[in-house]
Design a protein around this ligand. Sequence first.
Ligand SMILES: [Zn+2]
Length: 74
Amino acid sequence: MSSEMPGGAKPIRLRPRRECPICKAAAKQKYHPFCSGRCADVDLHRWLGGTYAIPSEDPPDFEDGEGWDEGEHA
Ligand SMILES: [Zn+2]
């Protein structure tokens, strides 16, 4: 015997609630995945500033002094 109650079906939430990666507020579909155009803009600038610019790598330390014996006193 199966006793299923008609009309009592619970809708499954297909859309998980997302948080704005910028301010952690509830994201809005219009600005997905952000909560507002402002946050989207902030993220965009982060991208432009962080990805487009090549990060300056620290130059390798030059070992000077030790073992450097070249024409000290001719
Ligand atoms: Zn936000």
